[in-house]
Design a protein around this ligand. Sequence first.
Ligand SMILES: Cc1cc2nc3c(=O)[nH]c(=O)nc-3n(C[C@H](O)[C@H](O)[C@H](O)COP(=O)(O)OP(=O)(O)OC[C@H]3O[C@@H](n4cnc5c(N)ncnc54)[C@H](O)[C@@H]3O)c2cc1C
Length: 558
Amino acid sequence: MISPKTLKLSLKSLRDFAKKELPDERLIELDERDECPIEVVRQMCDPNKLGIQLLLIPEEYGGMGGGAFDNYLVCEEMAHIDLGLATTVFATFLGSDPITVGATPEQKKQWLSRIADEGLIFAYGATEPDAGSDLGALRTTADRVMEDGHIAGYKINGNKQWISNGGIAGAYTVLANTPAGPSWFIVESGAKGFTHDEPEDKHGIRLSNTAALAFNDVYVDASRLVGGVEGQGLLQAQAVFGYTRVMVAAFGLGAGWAALDRAIPYSVKRIQAGGPLSEKQGYTHKLIVPHVVHLEAGRSYVEETAERIDTGKEGWLNTEGAIAKYMSTEAGNAAAEASIQALGGYGYTHEYMVEKISRDVRITCIYEGTSEIMEMTISRDRWQVHLKTRGQYYHDEARKLETLHASHPNVGADTAALALHALAELLEKARGGRLTRHQHVLFRIGEWIAFAECAGSLSRRAARMAEGKLSEKASHRFDAVSLAAIARIFAREAALKVAEEGLRIVVGAGGVDGDLAAFEISLRLPAIHRAQAGLIADMDEIADALYNRRAKPTQKVA
Ligand SMILES: Cc1cc2nc3c(=O)[nH]c(=O)nc-3n(C[C@H](O)[C@H](O)[C@H](O)COP(=O)(O)OP(=O)(O)OC[C@H]3O[C@@H](n4cnc5c(N)ncnc54)[C@H](O)[C@@H]3O)c2cc1C
């Protein structure tokens, strides 16, 4: 784990580097030329210069041994600068992940040390032309090459699609089918029979090199099979999903805030109808405040999940990683889109950057598992928990928030509890009516779960903030008063969304025969409607905080 002071210094070095090497004009030019600035990437990865990848490598291999929380902050900072470059650095991390979790000690020493010492760029080759979300459809093969009755090596044949760093990496981890199942192999860029295509002409992250790979009888020594045992590939990939999805979630936060950090100052200077746009509630409360709230809801879940991963005691946390990614990347995407609107015609041009950020951030809802695959993952995993606890899991979580509300009445915990109670009722109705046989219902449940769990997380975060107990490394962009208002706003939205959209879908799927009124009561709709009171005042509070208009805290936080 990196100390708060060292982390702060590293983040500052990253910002200073970006200020010098990557001003907006340079980023716009590279985006227009569709070019990955390889010399900048090398400087970023050079251990004698910025050495950003050192943060991600364990100490025993020459890195700084950053944990999930450190990586979240680095990823957010990088995405705030440029998501294409962030993807380039992330791809090295992703490419080395199968090695970090599954390699033999010798393999770790050889490859992780090279990333730390030489700044070796890695790529992660999983996706294929016909195997995207469904990696089970993998077609690339790795056939054994036998010598004297022993496996001497493997011959790899097949194609990979959309590989970040595909055309610039020095080494690749490649998922291929062995006789015992999918396995990771390390292939170096000069290997005979290995080629890559020209970079893809993409919608966004045009500073990131993305290329297709082809393997034509590429021979690798047996020592290049990660972990030395065939058939471990999918397990090794899954072992890091919690971690890597938190990192992509951080990309959503970084890019979303990068857009808002342009829209907010713009709105102060832009005068329309006799005053700055920042003074117009119809503008701020539609284009700025809701996006701030969603980004901070995502952040809360990211921070909680990263802290839990760093304890090392809670397993892979893949469902939590999926919730963090889903909420933060959707929020980042929506924030960037709204920022174009917030800048009007200027937002629609290249010069003001929000258009580029909006194109860039779109990828975060696609790679490392699409938003729909996240909905499915979240729903399926928590469905099992609902069944195992005989429908009590979310009622229990709600009761914990009711207890929190008793000590912290201003952090929206009572309303978040309403969201969780409603969720428990909806899941139970879905179970009784066997409604998850409709894939749409299954996926919508994933979305409600993500909203309700984030509402709970944000209430807990606001309470910890009020007690001065947030981690020193945690984001302190908002003070306790504003964070409590953000938590209340989000809890109201989550409760209403879960209950009303849930009602619509469950009734729509034929899940309520007869007593609709009883179902409505079980969802506690009147209480959820009453909880909306105070919404506009809380949105005013956030707008005042964002625009530094608050003379003094307007509300006391318990
Ligand atoms: C710029 C970029 C960089 C990338 N970098 C890498 C990389 O470095 N390494 C790597 O291995 N991969 C990489 N990828 C691949 C990326 O992870 C995949 O694109 C992603 O997983 C989706 O797969 P797909 O494109 O085949 O889409 P598909 O899986 O075909 O999905 C298409 C649509 O259908 C939906 N869908 C899919 N399955 C289902 C289902 N069962 N039920 C309902 N809906 C479904 C999806 O949500 C999506 O909306 C990259 C992609 C891009 C565009």
